[in-house]
Design a protein around this ligand. Structure first.
Ligand code: AMP
Length: 273
């Protein structure tokens, strides 16, 4: 596996890659969720590139940019074992220039839910992913459904800018007890982790209600809220695949999303119905 920190080296290596290139962008502290994306990329492409870059422009002032977990050594080993061809780990100064041209997330999709709670976050995401796509020129890029709104916005970016990369959505990987894997889970104390379980349990409850014939979004929301009384719920949203609010759940068209704070840690999760 090649470890690349430099832009020119990345471009040169990409130039030599023939056939399809699968790309998995990450912020590192790799876990089983990331590994699932990497494995799928490995299975579907001739070459696999993973990036580890804690992108400063998607963090708001006061968020966890400085203390975001960094595990460079472990990340290298995981990628190497997973058969990654190139691990791209650029410095911030290599990725960003002074007074840049800036992309903006879509006015609706980028400013509801996560975008409303974290204004500017998705602007930073599209900025960095556009840069990474232009450097790596992937055939396919793999993103987790766990970050459902990010996934939809990036699909939109690719459509809106007529880009030729295929965005591949990957199901959320969970711990045995249901907690969605996240690099931020390391912040949770054992007691907080226990309370955090109410997020995935409430989503499971929602899916059971739907399977039992409940379609009323408000009834589902209330049932979920009831299960998450021990944590600070920021939102519970029942939306369609374009993130328009739904009053009635429609099978194969609905996403139910939760954002909540458990202690100082902000967690998101969702279920696709
Ligand atoms: P991150 O390093 O958190 O920016 O995540 C990098 C990629 O991994 C994103 O596409 C995430 O959606 C995806 N990802 C993170 N957690 C999970 C998970 N539990 N299951 C599947 N994909 C995930």
């Amino acid at each position: 596996m090649q470890i690349i920190k430099n832009i020119e080296e990345m471009q040169a290596l990409r130039g030599k890659m023939e056939g399809s290139v699968g790309f998995v962008p990450t912020m590192g502290a790799l876990h089983q969720g990331h590994l699932t994306l990497i494995r799928q990329a490995r299975a579907e492409n001739d070459h696999v590139v993973v990036s580890v870059f804690v992108n400063p422009t998607q963090f708001l002032p006061g968020e966890d940019l400085e203390k975001y977990p960094r595990r460079e050594e472990a990340d290298r080993k995981i990628c190497d074992l997973a058969g990654v061809d190139a691990l791209f780990m650029p410095e911030i100064g290599a990725m960003y220039h002074d007074d840049e041209v800036k992309l903006k997330a879509p006015a609706y999709l980028g400013y509801i839910l996560e975008g409303h709670r974290r204004p500017g976050h998705f602007d930073g995401v599209v900025q960095v992913v556009m840069k990474l796509f232009n450097l790596i020129r992937p055939t396919r890029a793999y993103f987790g459904k766990k970050d459902a709104q990010q996934l939809r916005i990036l699909q939109k970016m690719v459509e809106d800018f007529f880009m030729s990369v295929e965005i591949v959505p990957v199901d959320t990987v969970r711990e045995e007890d249901g907690l969605a894997l996240s690099s931020r889970n390391v912040y949770l104390s054992p007691e907080e982790r226990e309370r955090a379980l109410s997020i995935s349990r409430s989503l499971k409850r929602a899916s059971r209600l739907v399977m039992a014939g409940e379609t009323d979004a408000e009834a589902i929301r209330l049932a979920m809220e009831d299960m998450m009384r021990e944590i600070d719920v920021e939102y519970i949203a029942v939306v369609d695949r374009d993130f328009r609010p739904l009053e009635r759940v429609k099978l194969k068209e609905t996403i139910i999303l939760v954002a909540a704070r458990v202690g100082h840690t902000r967690l998101i999760d969702n279920i696709w119905i």
